[in-house]
Write a protein that binds this ligand. Structure first.
Ligand SMILES: [Zn+2]
Ligand SMILES: [Zn+2]
Length: 338
């Protein structure tokens, strides 16, 4: 089968021909219908921001946001059958480590993983697979992992209906946070982005969100004007770069880190947050409960993820998706095996 793989510990990736992986115990063989391209894939392709922790896995097939159809069951599989539609999480859980024993499956110390899904087929341990209704299209199903990351950040926050939030970063995770917060009833909501994020900010506005471009001398005042007088209840950093959250947050508010941190935070910034009584929360991935909620929100029609899909590529042209992402064009690209 054709696949996009990381073949060396240096920037780059390539399209390869590789055997269809063999299904093992408690695993599913899934024919990939669509797989989202994620900002973290770009970090791995460009071999930056700590991607070298994956060096021992090289060569490996990239892609971790797939949805598809179950085509073969390993021994010991219950609860799935051939023909089921599934959305896959790149992280399952071992069930034995400390966090798993405490029911905090998303923090599992040795999570089960997929075989890589920018490919025609992928292997998923059953703990990584989530059934979706047969009526859900593959493209939306492939966006559930991404949407779940945003939804989980909102689940971790103190937000209640009528509250306020600033979302830094108009990428797919920022937009997923915005959709989740709006569905929850958050009434003051603004998404910020850089000048080079123009197309993403435009899309955010067509989805009905208010936006502010950072960098203009008065951007903080512009955001504050859209928030309650004492500041936002929550700032979500979905850009990896903390942008003046103290000025945006109310005293005792929350700063929720969602992106891979992309710059060093100075002790002066941390002191400012400390004296402002800000709670800093790191939100990674999503829980099985998040998956249940995400599937219900999308399959009921309460949330429509399709406006976020701006580009589609077959595997053979898939490397173009990384150029797109690097140039901050488009919002969400999908790899759809040809
Ligand atoms: Zn991802
Ligand atoms: Zn575990």
């Amino acid at each position: 089968m054709k696949a996009i793989a990381k073949t060396s510990a240096a920037p780059g990736a390539e399209v390869i021909e590789t055997p269809i992986p063999e299904v093992g115990e408690s695993e599913l063989l899934v024919r990939v219908g669509a797989c989202g391209v994620c900002g973290s894939d770009l970090h791995i392709v460009d071999w930056e921001l700590g991607a070298n922790r994956m060096v021992s896995r090289i060569p490996f097939v990239l892609g971790h946001e797939p949805a598809g159809e179950v085509v073969e069951l390993g021994i010991g599989v219950n609860g799935f059958k051939v023909g089921d539609r599934v959305a896959l999480d790149p992280f399952g859980h071992c069930g034995r480590c400390g966090p798993c024993r405490a029911g905090r499956f998303h923090l599992c110390a040795s999570p089960t993983t997929l075989s890589g899904a920018f490919a025609e087929f992928t292997i998923a341990p059953i703990g990584n697979a989530h059934l979706v209704p047969p009526t859900m299209d593959m493209e939306q199903a492939a966006l559930l992992e991404m949407f779940g990351t945003g939804l989980h950040a909102v689940e971790q926050s103190c937000l209640m209906p009528g509250d306020s939030a600033v979302i830094e970063g108009p990428g797919p995770i920022g937009l997923s946070i915005a959709l989740s917060a709006r569905a929850l009833g958050v009434t003051s909501l603004v998404i910020t982005g850089l000048a080079q994020d123009t197309t993403r900010l435009e899309l955010a506005r067509t989805m009905g969100f208010k936006t502010v471009t950072t960098g203009a001398p008065d951007w903080i005042e512009q955001v504050r004007a859209m928030m309650p007088a004492d500041g936002a209840d929550v700032v979500f950093d979905a850009s990896g770069a903390i942008d003046s959250p103290r000025e945006l947050l109310r005293r005792g508010g929350q700063l929720i880190e969602v992106g891979w941190p992309a710059r060093d935070v100075t002790s002066a910034e941390l002191r400012a947050l400390f004296f402002h009584g800000v709670n800093i929360i790191n939100s990674r991935v999503r829980t099985p409960e998040t998956w249940r909620r995400a599937i219900a929100m999308v399959s009921s029609g309460a949330i429509d993820l399709r406006p976020m899909i701006t580009h589609r590529y077959g595997i053979s042209r898939g490397l173009e998706a990384f150029t797109l992402l690097r140039e901050r064009r488009g919002v969400k690209a999908l790899i759809i095996p040809e």
